[in-house]
Design a protein around this ligand. Structure first.
Ligand SMILES: Cc1ncc(COP(=O)(O)O)c(C=O)c1O
Length: 397
């Protein structure tokens, strides 16, 4: 068949040759990273894990559960590999609607909006709920996605000391008008929990809204894994909004904002990271829905993951390592330096254990750490092995 010739490109004079100088500054930045021991590299990840993985966030062991992976495959078969566009443009599948309905109901909120990641969920919530005159009060230990939400919001942000409701109260005292306090429910670096009831109380002195990122609480805390806000008796309250990720305890991918129906409707109309982003892929939506239903059916999983975290922590501290008592599934062990943390994580891997390695700039206080995540599907023998490896490979003080 005769094909139409491609239309000619707009004609222009040939550009002068590139000198490469535009990116010379990158070499200097790279050399500085090397000097500080802060180089990051990507490592290949085989499909069949040969090491015990305590680096990921698959807290409930659902990422490879057959019901979850089958639901992902069926959703892709039915709806295609991608969502094909923003849900406002190409429409919203019944899978998205079902997930939003069941997630809101499970966590005790009026409504939910599912987005392409927990990151975009935080950008959406912070930017849509603020305006230039709004005071945003942000915990110093908050996740990067909340921080980036503040940066995009054009509101005045006051960063307050970590887990300090009195500081929130003080920041609010001098402000008249709209205000929003932001906190992680469980802080991703040290695994400690925010004092949610006291924070809500501080907000209510000035009718401020409270936005809680429950990325690490969903599936781990609260009755049957309903999250940190449920545990605090705050879910569904008229002035509280939660964000969650579908990529940790639900083993899938994506994020959601949960709150009063009018907040969710406002986000659909104004949140740029929802409006201008392709909707959550059908496979991820189907997988998260299947994982949520599994979690409902098997409420012992959250209790087990908390028990595993306590057990790991007890073994590590009994051996003399410094680790914050875990309030959820994250166990953080201090390392003497970034270089030592990298070597320690590599030694663990060589001994068959994958652990996370947190270094600046991913840590707010500049202290490097190994980060282990508890999993509900670990056997007692695996817990003993994991703790044994971390202790045996620890840098000599
Ligand atoms: C506290 C917190 N919030 C948000 C996110 C972002 O979630 P996602 O990975 O789904 O974008 C993470 C992920 O690491 C997190 O730890």
């Amino acid at each position: 068949m005769l094909q139409d010739p491609a239309p000619p490109l707009p004609s222009a004079a040939a550009p002068r040759p590139a000198s490469g100088a535009a990116f010379d500054w990158i070499d200097e930045a790279r050399a500085a990273r090397h000097r500080a021991g802060l180089v990051r590299t990507l490592r290949p990840r085989p499909a069949d894990a040969s090491v015990l993985d305590l680096a990921g966030n698959d807290y409930l062991g659902l990422a490879r559960h057959p019901e979850v992976t089958r639901a992902a495959a069926e959703a892709a078969e039915a709806w295609g590999a991608g969502a094909t566009g923003s849900r406002l443009v190409t429409g919203s599948t019944e899978l998205h609607a079902q997930l939003e309905c069941e997630l809101a109901e499970f966590c005790g909120f009026e409504a939910a909006l599912v987005l392409s990641s927990g990151y975009t969920a935080n950008l959406a919530a912070v930017t849509a709920l603020t305006a230039p005159g709004t005071l945003v009060i942000s915990d110093a230990g908050n996740h990067a996605s909340l921080i980036d939400g503040c940066r995009l919001s054009r509101a005045r942000t006051e960063v307050v000391p970590h887990a300090d409701p009195t500081a929130v109260r003080t920041a609010l005292a001098g402000h008249h008008g709209r205000a929003l306090a932001l906190t992680d429910a469980v802080f991703s670096v040290d695994g400690d929990a925010a004092p949610l009831p006291a924070l809500a109380d501080a907000c209510r002195t000035r009718d401020a809204a409270l936005l809680v990122d429950d990325a690490h609480g969903l599936g781990v805390l609260g009755d049957g894994g309903r999250g940190a806000l449920w545990a605090a008796g705050l879910s569904g309250d008229a002035d509280v909004v939660a964000t969650v990720t579908l990529s940790k305890s639900l083993g899938a991918q994506g994020g959601a904002v949960l709150g009063p129906a009018r907040v969710v409707e406002h986000l659909v109309n104004t949140a740029r990271s929802f409006i201008f982003d392709t909707g959550l892929a059908p496979a991820s939506t189907g997988a998260a829905l299947a994982a949520l239903r599994l979690l409902r059916r098997e409420p012992q999983r959250p209790a087990r993951v908390r028990q595993v975290a306590r057990e790991l922590h007890a073994r590590l501290t009994a051996a003399g390592l410094t680790a914050v008592r875990p309030d959820a599934a994250v166990i953080s062990v201090r390392a003497p330096s970034p270089e030592a943390a990298v070597r320690w994580a590599a030694a663990c891997r060589a001994a068959g254990l994958a652990v996370g390695c947190f270094r600046p700039p991913s840590v707010p206080d500049g202290i490097s750490r190994l980060r282990l995540t508890a999993r509900a599907d670990l056997t007692d023998a695996q817990i003993a092995m994991a703790a044994g490896v971390v202790v045996a490979t620890a840098p000599v003080a």
